[in-house]
Design a protein around this ligand. Structure first.
Ligand code: FAD
Length: 389
């Protein structure tokens, strides 16, 4: 593989797939570094297979472009569950009471189709490659250093998209980051098969932000919380997650001895770890607010109604000029983080970040109107006023 790329995408989860796709469609030389041997991150290897809503829950689609493209790709050969006939087939209503524009897909099929799509668009995928270091010269990342089967490798880059989910590249480059104060609860989602076929089993409570708690939440599996940023802690968490999966299965098996575990996650199921301190921090109270630098919109998977325009400034910090973030590590407050981390939002920020990375090596100087025009050409709707609600 070449040793210089116009755009380096670090991490191949939903954000990374979207960023690499968006950048490669501009005809640039793009490399994607992924530490696993599969694309999709939590959405595939992590067995989180529910593509949360592209709509606001009141009948309006709010996330478009690659967010919708990947949604459709994930169910090319059929959905696993929750197929939204009202959105895809025009059957039924799209009111506050009807199904939202979400679906459950097959993780392995989605991973393979994503890989095919990136290859078709000319992206060089380098699997088994852990980004461990960056070389910053004059406030720009000049080289990305990865460790893989071939040893330590150095890649020269024009601009960099941090899609590691944990903001690794940003942190390694000395840009300020913030961590998830509350810490993550333990999860052990897995798949089982029985006479009826196969099924996703969600083990572990959802991680509700403290300020949204009502007192009626499901109790976490164990009292301990996890930062997701420490190697020993992550290994312990993985072992505890495996144990929780086994316990859950053994209990179910008492009722049905035909039930077998078919798939367990191959990466830690951790929700929020570290995010960039961006030029702007989007707050949970800023629903329905107009931002002139919006790069697209997202909804709230937990509530019907809220729509957020996502400012371009939430994706970068001027300190390192050619570095931009996408996915679950963009600049939002602690409460909105639980909204912005999910699959459609990661695709929205990934598309914009990947495109921006083809346009400049200094994001603070980018002409955002030009970025917005190309996003619009690629079916993205930028502002709530354009939804004609
Ligand atoms: C238990 C649980 C349940 C969830 N439920 C849902 C749900 O139902 N629906 C939903 O939409 N979302 C859900 N989510 C959230 C959602 O799955 C993720 O937040 C989202 O998929 C994140 O995408 P991403 O691309 O930002 O990051 P990730 O999926 O974390 O991808 C990051 C990628 O980068 C790679 N990587 C990391 N560091 C490096 C490095 N240094 N070098 C090279 N590669 C690296 C990783 O291997 C990974 O492939 C859930 C999450 C969890 C943990």
């Amino acid at each position: 593989m070449n040793k210089y790329y116009d755009v380096a995408v670090c991490g191949g989860g939903i954000a990374g797939i979207s960023a690499a796709l968006s950048a490669s469609r501009q005809g640039k030389k793009v490399i994607l570094f992924e530490k696993e041997y599969m694309l999709g991150g939590l959405a595939t290897a992590g067995l989180v297979t529910i593509y949360l809503p592209l709509c606001d829950g009141k009948g309006h689609q709010v996330s478009f472009g690659i967010a919708e493209e990947l949604f459709r790709l994930s169910i090319t050969y059929g959905a696993e569950n929750m197929y939204p006939t009202n959105w895809l087939d025009g059957v039924g209503e799209r009111t506050e009471k009807d199904s939202r524009f979400e679906v459950q897909y097959n993780a392995q099929v989605f991973a393979i189709l994503s890989e095919k799509l990136l290859i078709k668009n000319g992206v060089d995928i380098l699997y088994g490659s852990y980004v461990t270091q960056t070389e910053v010269v004059d406030n720009k990342i000049k080289n990305i250093i990865v460790n893989n089967k071939s040893g330590k490798q150095v890649y020269g880059v024009g601009s960099v998209v941090d899609c590691t989910g944990d903001c690794d590249v940003t942190f390694l480059s000395g840009v300020p980051t913030k961590t998830f104060e509350q810490g993550n609860v333990l999860a052990g989602w897995y798949y089982y098969t029985n006479e009826q076929g196969y099924k996703l089993q969600m083990v572990g409570a959802a991680d509700i932000p403290d300020e949204e708690k009502t007192g009626k939440e499901e109790k976490p599996l164990i009292d301990r919380r996890f930062s997701g940023l420490d190697a020993c802690e992550l290994s312990q968490m993985t072992c505890l997650s495996h144990q929780a999966t086994l316990n859950n299965w053994l209990k179910k098996r008492e009722q049905n001895n035909q039930m077998v575990i078919s798939t367990i996650a191959t990466i830690p199921q951790i929700r929020m770890t570290r995010k960039i301190v961006g030029e702007y921090e989007l707050c949970s109270s800023e629903e329905h607010k107009f931002f002139d630098d919006s790069i697209g919109m997202v909804s709230n998977w937990k509530k019907r109604g809220p729509i957020y325009e996502v400012p371009f400034r939430t994706l970068y910090n001027k300190q390192v000029k050619n570095l931009i973030c996408a996915g679950r590590c963009t600049s939002v407050d602690q409460t909105l983080w639980d909204v912005m981390r999910v699959i459609p939002c990661c695709a929205v920020t990934g598309q914009a970040a990947g495109l921006a990375a083809t346009m400049t090596d200094d994001f603070s100087l980018l002409n955002v109107s030009e970025l917005q025009a190309i996003l619009q050409d690629n079916k993205v709707v930028l502002h709530e006023k354009d939804l004609n609600i």
